[in-house]
Design a protein. Structure first.
Length: 94
């Protein structure tokens, strides 16, 4: 995942979690890109969608929570290439 990809992920979190107010979004994007560099934008995006649609805490995910979600959904990501199709399948396994 690139820094630009991380910016897109953070933008989704900002609109999905109104109380999520990082101090420095650029530093956050750099850190998230570094920590999630072995994953594609598509993988992280699907994990975030799954997190958002199943989360009841109201808090934005941490890097570790998204990695945990990725490990849960990874077999399905390999089987279904198209993001929309993957998302539909993942919602059904939650």
């Amino acid at each position: 995942m690139t820094v630009n990809d991380a910016r897109k992920i953070i933008a989704v979190m900002l609109v999905s979690y109104p109380n999520f107010k990082p101090i420095d979004t650029e530093l956050m994007a750099t850190t998230w890109a570094d920590m999630l560099n072995e994953y594609s934008y598509e993988q992280v995006s699907v994990a975030l969608k799954c997190y958002i649609t199943t989360d009841t805490s109201g808090f934005a995910p941490s890097i570790g929570q998204l990695i945990d979600k990725l490990k849960t959904v990874e077999p399905f990501l390999k089987e279904h290439r198209h993001t929309q199709q993957m998302f539909v399948v993942l919602i059904h396994i939650q």
